[in-house]
Design a protein around this ligand. Sequence first.
Ligand code: NDP
Length: 295
Amino acid sequence: MNTAFLGLGAIGRPMATRIAGAGHELTVWNRTGERAERLAKAIGATHAATPAEAARGADVIITCFSTSADVLANLEGPTGLVAGLKRGAVLVDCTSGDPGTSRRMSEMLAEHGVSFLDAPVSGGVSGAEKGALTVMVGGDAAVLARVRPVIDAFAGKVVHCGAVGAGDAVKAVNQAFLAIHLLAAGEGLVTLVKQGVDPRVALDVINASSGRSNSSMNLIPERVLTRAFPRTFRLALLEKDINIAAELARQSRVPAPVTQLTADVFRIARGELGEAADHVEIVKLVEEWGGAEIK
Ligand code: NDP
């Protein structure tokens, strides 16, 4: 298929690489142009100067920006996506977005004969490199079936969640789980260290018990105990995600004090640690507040 990929950040780069590797014709665009130029050269793709140029002639256009607002900002205007999109094309937005903005974009694009799917992903940079991402999709199931050959290039599991916005909603709640589990694991393990327990011993028990999570099984052993804290997924983006989940709970009139509180803690952490920090670095703050390191 003739494809375009826009947004070559930490996760977008390996996703685009998988699409080119699967043999699809690919044009790439990135706001910071040299990133797109470099990647295009490395993977045999074409590099476009504007979103409109990237979209021109493409059957499937994938966007992967920071927020839904960033996607919306690149839709209109003389160099925006709409100026290049052909009727019958499908815009697959892999941004972890918010359902309201996705529904608005879907309506705008429908006026131009373009279909929209919200298709956020999970599985991290390593999952993208291996083509093993979980993709949660909102929109028309028949449209999803048409674009599956492109999504399958980076997906291990694709789930149709419902109408436009449903993929974003599932993603936001998944991210709330991640944020809550990570914060809870950090707090619990700092406490255990101060109680004189070796965190490796504590994790050995917890990971064979009912308190285990992806944070206790993978993130803390691989990134905290090693003190490696690699930067693969920015804390600022997780703060964005849990705020979407908190807002959805409010809109749905669901009392969700744990989600709201964790959203506030991540807002404080974003202010303290800055825009470049990785999400796991929240544990460094918990260590600082508690006066002990998990190591
Ligand atoms: P990065 O911060 O690494 O990259 C963000 C990308 O979006 C860059 O290409 C950036 O361009 C572009 N961008 C941001 N704002 C705009 C704008 N206004 N106009 C045009 N381009 C813009 O983020 P990630 O790649 O990590 O994440 C992308 C999305 O995927 C986010 O929604 C995130 O929540 C989600 N995600 C990330 C995962 C991960 O492990 N990293 C895992 C699962 C989902 P530029 O290069 O010019 O800055």
